[in-house]
Design a protein around this ligand. Structure first.
Ligand SMILES: C[S@@+](CC[C@H](N)C(=O)[O-])C[C@H]1O[C@@H](n2cnc3c(N)ncnc32)[C@H](O)[C@@H]1O
Length: 238
C-alpha cells in the first residue's frame, strides 16, 4: 500500500475500531501493534502473519498459527531462572519461530522448535537466519514433526506450550513429557500459557506441581503458569 493510502486508511481503521470495540480495546490493540512492528524490524524477522488451521489442513485438536506477543514472551522469560548456557528450551508448535528467536537472544545452551507444518518450519528457519546477529545461543534447531510422536530429548529443561493443541493431542504430549522425565530425571519446567476460560489439564496431572501464575501483560490478558515436573512421581505413574 502506498504511503498516502496508508495515512488515510490507518486513522479510518482506528476510528472504526473505537466505534465497534471501544477506546480501551483500541488503545490495547494500537499499543501491541506498535510494539510488534518495532520488535519485528529490530530482529529483522517476519513472524506476524497468522495461518488458520483450515489452511494447514490439521485435524480439529490442532490449532493454527498465531504468535505470542513479544511483550508477553519477554515477560515469561523474565520469570524464568535461566542458568546461563545450561538450559535447553523447547517450543511445542513453534510456527514461524517467534518464541524460538526471542529465546535464542538469551543465553540458552540450546533452543528447539517443534512444528507440524513444513511451510511454517521453513519460515521459522528463515527467521532464525535473518535474526542471526542478535542471537546469543548458537545451537538453534527447528524439527518438523507431530508433537504426539516426538520424543522429548533428555536434556530439555524448559518446555513452552502456548495454545498449540488440545484434547487427545495435548494428552499424548503430556505422556511424551512424562516418558522423558522418567527416562532422565532432571529439573524440568513447563511454561503453559492458558487462554482465558480454558480447562487447565496440567492442574489435574499428579506429577506436575504448580509453581506460579503470572499475568503476562495488561495489554494482552493471558496468564502464564509455571509447572515443575516431579520426575520420581512421573516414573512411578506409567
Ligand atoms: C498458537 S501457535 C504457537 C506459536 C508459537 N509457539 C509462538 O509462541 O509464537 C500453534 C502452532 O502449533 C502448531 N501445531 C499444531 N498442532 C501441532 C502438532 N500436533 N505438532 C506440532 N505442531 C503443531 C501449529 O502449526 C502452530 O504453528
Amino acid at each position: 500500500m502506498k504511503l498516502t493510502n496508508k495515512l488515510i486508511a490507518y486513522p479510518m481503521k482506528i476510528g472504526r475500531r473505537v466505534i465497534t470495540r471501544g477506546p480501551v480495546d483500541t488503545a490495547r490493540w494500537l499499543m501491541s501493534h506498535i510494539e510488534e512492528n518495532r520488535q519485528e524490524s529490530k530482529l529483522n524477522v517476519a513472524t506476524s502473519s497468522k495461518v488458520e488451521v483450515d489452511e494447514l489442513g490439521f485435524d480439529s485438536e490442532c490449532h493454527g498459527y498465531e504468535p505470542i506477543s513479544y511483550t508477553c514472551f519477554n515477560r515469561i522469560l523474565e520469570e524464568l531462572e535461566i542458568r546461563p548456557d545450561q538450559e535447553v528450551f523447547l517450543d511445542y508448535g513453534c510456527g514461524r519461530g517467534r518464541a524460538v528467536v526471542i529465546a535464542a537472544t538469551r543465553r540458552f545452551k540450546r533452543v528447539l522448535g517443534l512444528e507440524l507444518s513444513h511451510e511454517l518450519s521453513e519460515s521459522a528457519r528463515e527467521n532464525i537466519d535473518r535474526a542471526q546477529k542478535h542471537l546469543q545461543c548458537s545451537d538453534v534447531e527447528i524439527v518438523t514433526a507431530n508433537a504426539c510422536d516426538y520424543t522429548v530429548p533428555d536434556d530439555v529443561s524448559m518446555i513452552f506450550l502456548w495454545n498449540s493443541f488440545q484434547g487427545s493431542v495435548l494428552e499424548s504430549v503430556i505422556e511424551r513429557i512424562r516418558e522423558s522425565a522418567a527416562n532422565a530425571p532432571r529439573k524440568l519446567q513447563i511454561i503453559y500459557v492458558l487462554p482465558h476460560g480454558e480447562d487447565n489439564v496440567m492442574q489435574r496431572t499428579p506429577w506436575l506441581s504448580h509453581q506460579k501464575q503470572v499475568h503476562t501483560s495488561f495489554w494482552s490478558g493471558v496468564d502464564m503458569n509455571i509447572f515443575e515436573v516431579d520426575c520420581d512421581m512421573a516414573a512411578g505413574s506409567n
